[in-house]
Write a protein that binds this ligand. Structure first.
Ligand code: COA
Ligand code: NAP
Length: 270
């Protein structure tokens, strides 16, 4: 449905889960795709999948930790050398674990802020000079924790709220140059590290599904579909938007998370 032939797409944190699926979907739509994350083996495997998805595209992988400014600069220099410019940036590197605020160390809190929020800022700054202006599109992968308080998630709530304010602020600053930036907020997405960490049993995942107005947990393809749309010309007047793709889950305050995460804490002494 969408044609990205010849466009250069960079997916940071694009080597597993939701973001890898987004990267593969852009490749299937004809794009050249670069993926980046810390683990070199994951990076290499992801590039192989991109080649299978679109054998005629130019796909590369770069390894860096978004907390490491120098490594980021080297990675983006490789991207610049390969493509010259970026049409679409997807920024989705993140970390999460359940922990109560009282027991979470300052460094545990800081790690998630450093990856999700400061890491996202650093990625955006590195990509900015390479973005095709006008018409470049940026998509940040946020989370419902950005606007729904959840127990055991103080670090993620604080970090992702900041991520969405980056989206809104940069829509103002960079919109003038024709660069669009939006956040996608995935709901509970099946078969992912993030969902498995917060709902670590089939029974719990089923309970979450029944709390979603559309009565199912999400698929990675649901998020990829939204990304393909938001980065396309069909969305050329949409910027600064925080778009939940969650079957309506956040409308009900993601209430199952509150009760279930609370009992998870009690059970595991978090
Ligand atoms: N509960 C409480 N604290 C935890 C924790 C947990 N489950 N896991 C890590 N921490 C704390 C550590 O104790 C440490 O703090 P300390 O120095 O005071 O002891 C701090 O967080 C950093 O831990 P470390 O293991 O050094 O972090 P890292 O930089 O290697 O990894 C994480 C970052 C912790 C976010 C790790 O879970 C990760 O890499 N996640 C990426 C994948 C992921 O989370 N996917 C889900 C989708 S977002
Ligand atoms: P995932 O598979 O763990 O994806 C995280 C990605 O980020 C991986 O590629 C990981 O690769 C990379 N990464 C992590 N820390 C990094 C760092 N410091 N530097 C560079 N790369 C780093 O998790 P997921 O569940 O699919 O989540 C993907 C995104 O969706 C995240 O932004 C998450 O907050 C969001 N989200 C997920 C859900 C869900 O249901 N799963 C719901 C809402 C929001 P390396 O380990 O190689 O670094």
């Amino acid at each position: 449905m969408f044609d990205y032939t010849g466009q250069n797409v960079v997916v940071v944190g694009g080597t597993s889960g939701i973001n890898l699926h987004v990267a593969i979907s852009f490749a299937q739509a004809g794009a050249n795709v670069a993926v980046a994350s810390r683990n070199a083996d994951k990076v290499n495997s992801a590039v192989e999948l991109l080649k299978q998805a679109n054998p005629s595209g130019t796909h590369i992988g770069v390894s860096f930790d978004v907390r490491d400014e120098n490594a980021l600069a080297i990675g983006f220099a490789t991207i610049a050398q390969t493509y010259g410019h970026i049409d679409v940036l997807v920024s989705g590197a993140a970390g999460n674990f359940p922990a109560s605020a009282a027991k979470l160390s300052n460094n545990g809190f800081k790690s998630v802020i450093d990856i999700d929020l400061i890491g996202s800022f650093q990625v955006l700054k590195q990509a900015y000079p390479l973005l095709k202006r006008p018409k470049a599109s940026i998509i940040q992968i946020s989370a419902p924790q950005a606007y729904i308080a959840m127990p055991l998630q103080v670090h993620v709530c604080a970090a992702k709220a900041g991520v969405d304010m980056l989206t809104r602020t940069l829509a103002l600053e960079w919109g003038i140059e024709g660069v669009r930036i939006n956040s996608i907020v995935p709901g509970p997405i099946e078969g992912t590290e993030g969902f498995n960490r917060l709902a670590p049993s089939e029974a719990l995942q089923q309970k979450v599904a029944s709390s979603v107005p559309l009565q199912r947990n999400g698929q990675k393809q649901d998020i990829a579909n939204a990304a393909l749309f938001l980065a396309s010309d069909m969305a050329s007047y949409i910027t600064g938007v925080v778009l939940p793709v969650d079957g309506g889950w956040s409308l009900g305050g993601a209430s199952i998370a509150m009760t279930e995460l609370g009992s998870l804490a009690a059970k595991h002494g978090l």
